[in-house]
Design a binder for this molecule. Sequence first.
Ligand code: HEM
Length: 371
Amino acid sequence: MHLQLGEGSTIIVSSPEAAEQVLKKHDLVFAQRPNFYANQIAGYDQSGLFFAPNDDSWRQSRKICTVELLGAKQVRSFKSVREEEVEKLVVSIASSSGTSINLSEKILKTTNSIVSRSAFGNKCRGADDFCQALKDGNECSSGFDLPDLFPSLKFLPLFSRTKPILEKDIFAGGTDTTTTTVEWAMAELLKNPKEMAKAQAELRHVLEGKIKIHEEDTHELRFLKQIVKETLRLHPPGALIPRESKEDCEINGFLIPRKTKAFINLWAIGRDPRHWRDPDCFIPDRFEESSVNYMGTNFQYLPFGTGRRMCPGIAFGIITTELQLATMLYHFNWELADGIKPEELDMTEAFGLSVKRTHPLNVIATPVPFA
Ligand code: HEM
């Protein structure tokens, strides 16, 4: 779809086939992000990684990100942080058991603590302000400190330019997307009690009365992993990936001029009826026998994007999501607050940079005695 927005051309890419053209065949042409006015504010004048132009500084930043911060070894090294914060979540939910709680808020706080402790070594000064700012879409006034968690980074060339990434991109990118995923997964499970029961049966069978869930336990949770995949198909937090062409190219017989903005519509791609049976239904089982994965090679399923600008935080995002979900489902039974029936749960999506729920998830949690 072509939109003429002011002087610039914009294309919306809504099919797996067209996404493959843009993100694979013309990957290098579309490795830029558009420089919107909003980016200049939210993206700190393109100084962060997400909105950075495709240049040496971005390459250096990305390397630091993938090797020093978000590589498999680094992600593993933050295991105790994730487990501690998720344990606090359990305590916090248990303290309000039997009464209505705003689960969206609790998930946001937990993810925020996990990401900030991993990125900064301690809880973000003004974490509550930051959570509020994420909810409101405003700028956080508190600012962040970068302690000496990664002292070696200071000696890398361009460190002063990459510092903002550690401070803002990782924090904001990691918190918002992961929170949204956990929240939608819980909402879908509350709306689909059969899937909830199946997930809890798997957990209680695999964990067999364990008091505490460790990250390794999630490896065996096949159905839980399918739930996360299905949630990201229906609710990709970054529903529109922004890219821009750096030179003319041809796609499906159309000339796409230089500086055309392209939005890859992951939301539409994940619900394409030519590729997905009952596309609007939450059916985690569809991934049972499927080889479709997160790695960006299946163009009908791109929740983390693909190519040069693909998300570097997949491992961090997935384990944080899985651990929170597994723990909440294992330790508690869940129902919707205010007498709302599963089929009545409002699933309206809010307008914003990431696709969140319009209404918070108000629930009642009952602790499971054996857990
Ligand atoms: C469920 C969780 C997450 C989802 C669904 C997600 C999704 C995405 C998507 C769709 C993109 C754009 C990719 C493209 O243009 O092809 C992206 C980029 C990015 N993500 Fe994530 N993300 C998640 C978690 C994280 C986490 C935990 C971090 C860091 C801690 C992170 C950091 C980034 C960064 C820095 C970029 C920009 C990469 C670049 O432009 O080179 N993300 N993410």
